[in-house]
Design a protein around this ligand. Structure first.
Ligand code: ADP
Ligand code: MG
Length: 549
């Protein structure tokens, strides 16, 4: 990236006449004064107006016609980051890179071999969007309000072992991974194992469908919800840039919502730890052998230690198998230390279980009295098949009583179908672009899109196998395309993007007492519109934050 620290050019001063307008905005270049004019409609309500600028002055220098065009275009142009003056951009990019390096907005660098194993080695800034993305406040509030209802729903679904087993019974036959999870779940049901203390650290993901203006749920993550450690930093970075470049951007940093998910998740882990009531026990983070997203996890554990004085350890499934044991009273001891809470940041994908050793470890943890985040039942409640079952008529009613709650949840369900529905399968063969085909997998890169949907459906139909039970079909959501500047590996690029909002939520209960049930913050992931998947560490997307409009 060419880094230029010279001040933004003042040579293109627009017709705003500096002699008549003595505001901090008068020195902006043409594009800035036009595109980021603070008096455009959506910003009028929350930006302080400089004292001696009036509409009259604006009209005098712009001409009525131009003002009208300006007004018409303002909604789409305010956030057109592609129009920002290049020199100003370079300065902001440089500052953003410095900020992220100094504040720990970091991931391991693929170019460094040891970066996934050794902290402090081969670090690179996490991919991020240079400026926040406009997002309607009403939809943001909707997603936040619904978070505790989804928490309650997951908890109730998790208690209905028969519903989980029955709903996944066909999937089990064709999907070896889901089958192993169900096997552990079954063993727990047979042993009548009751999880009295239940902790959920969830993230419900949404896209805002452009045509219908509906906020539709993509999925609900109940295991290993990523980026609770880094997402708050992106909001801070954006707030800091908006503050620093206030005069050029005229965007109000206060419109980026506070995002304290790292603290809230650490607090939930610490409260769960307290409920377990063994002062010598630790929180155990289950990790992958190689983890480039380790700083996201370290942020949580460091907060847990520094704010709540709770110690954590990191272990792979193989290590847990080798070093773990169950005491007669059910205590899980790993490497000589009692474990109060098991926090999974691995164990959600088949590749996390390369041998029987890892499955033994999963079973051992499930059999123990440690609080599992998630338990096997919470994990299964977050599968895509269960999402699809819950979207069927009258199924939500089995788990929630409050009619308003049911309506709120249902409102954000996209179309979801089993492949047993031949009408939908035929429609998807005809119009594959309107559907996404999803297997029971987590972690990105598994879904099927476009013509591949047609081909896969036709192949399954021809083979007449039970493979259809491995997938669900989902309505494809088409969010609005926006211009953005993406920062990846120290290089910026302008592109058109779509965004996915994730709302974090924590749930903790001990028997009948609900200790925490709250929304905890958010994640915005932004990806180039041509990419189907959104994985940030995988290089598909970037971390972002929202600017409420
Ligand atoms: P995973 O468990 O792999 O994260 P998701 O259901 O979240 O599975 O899908 C991965 C990505 O695919 C999402 O982040 C989103 O970018 C895209 N995606 C998923 N479902 C849809 C959909 N219905 N419409 C449009 N894009 C989707
Ligand atoms: Mg996802």
């Amino acid at each position: 990236m060419g880094v230029d620290l010279s001040p933004p050019s003042r040579s293109h001063i627009h017709c705003l006449n500096p002699t008549t307008i003595t505001t901090p905005f008068h020195s902006r270049s043409k594009h800035h004064s036009f595109l980021f004019n603070p008096f455009t409609k959506s910003l009028q309500t929350h930006l302080p107006k400089p004292a001696n600028f009036s509409m009259y002055q604006a009209l005098k220098c712009s001409g009525v016609e131009e003002m009208e065009t300006h007004k018409r275009n303002s909604m789409s142009l305010i956030f057109d980051h592609h129009k920002i003056d290049n020199q100003l951009l370079q300065k902001m990019e440089y500052d953003a890179l410095v900020w992220s390096s100094l504040h720990g907005l970091l991931v391991g660098d693929t170019n460094s071999q040891r970066s996934g194993r050794v902290p402090g080695v081969g670090m690179i800034h996490a991919p991020f969007s240079l400026l926040p993305m406009p997002f309607p406040e009403s939809h943001w509030k909707q997603a936040c309000q619904i978070a505790p209802i989804f928490n309650e729903l997951v908890d109730r679904v998790s208690l209905d072992g028969k519903f989980l087993q029955d709903s996944l019974s066909r999937t089990k036959k064709v999907d070896a991974f889901t089958s192993r999870l169900l096997e552990i779940h079954s063993k727990m049901l047979d042993a009548n194992k009751i999880e009295e203390i239940r902790l959920g650290l969830h993230r419900s993901d949404y896209m805002l469908d452009e045509e219908t203006k509906l906020l539709l749920q993509i999925e609900l993550n109940t295991i290993s919800s990523s980026f609770p450690g880094l997402s708050g930093l992106v909001s801070e970075l954006h707030r800091s840039l908006l503050h620093q470049y206030k005069q050029h951007l005229a965007l109000n940093p206060e419109r980026i919502p506070q995002n304290s998910v790292a603290t809230k998740f650490a607090e939930a882990l610490s409260k769960a730890w307290s409920e377990y009531n063994n002062p010598r026990a630790v929180v155990m983070v289950v990790v992958q052998t190689e983890e480039r997203n380790m700083y996201d996890q370290h942020w949580l554990c460091t907060t847990l230690k520094e704010r709540y004085q709770v110690t954590s350890i990191r272990k792979t499934l193989a290590e847990i198998d080798a070093l773990g044991e169950l005491l007669p009273d059910g205590t899980l001891v790993v490497d000589g230390v009692a474990v109060a809470v098991v926090y999974f940041r691995a164990g959600y994908a088949p590749s996390d279980y390369p041998s029987e050793s890892e499955w033994r470890a999963r079973l051992l943890m499930e059999q123990s009295s440690a609080i599992k985040c998630p338990s096997i039942a919470y994990h299964l409640a977050g599968t895509k098949k269960i999402q699809q079952e819950l979207a069927k008529p009258n199924v939500l009613e089995r788990f929630l009583e409050n009619k308003d709650d049911i309506a709120k949840v249902r409102k954000c369900f996209a179309g979801l179908w089993s492949l047993e529905d031949s009408n939908i399968v035929n429609d998807a063969i005809e119009k594959p672009g309107l559907y996404v085909m999803k297997p029971q997998r987590e972690g990105g890169g598994n879904n099927i899109y476009g013509d591949d949907v047609r081909e896969t459906l036709l192949r399954i139909e021809k083979e007449g196998s039970d493979e259809n039970a491995a997938y669900i079909l989902m309505q494809r959501i088409f969010p609005t395309l926006s211009p953005a500047i993406l920062m990846q590996q120290g290089i910026s690029r302008k592109d058109h993007v779509i965004s996915e909002l994730g709302v974090y939520a924590a749930y903790l209960r001990n028997k009948t007492k609900v200790i925490i049930n709250e929304e905890c913050g958010y994640l915005l992931r932004t990806k180039v519109s041509s990419s189907n998947e959104g994985g940030v560490v995988a290089g598909f997307g970037v971390l972002d934050s929202i600017y409420l409009v």
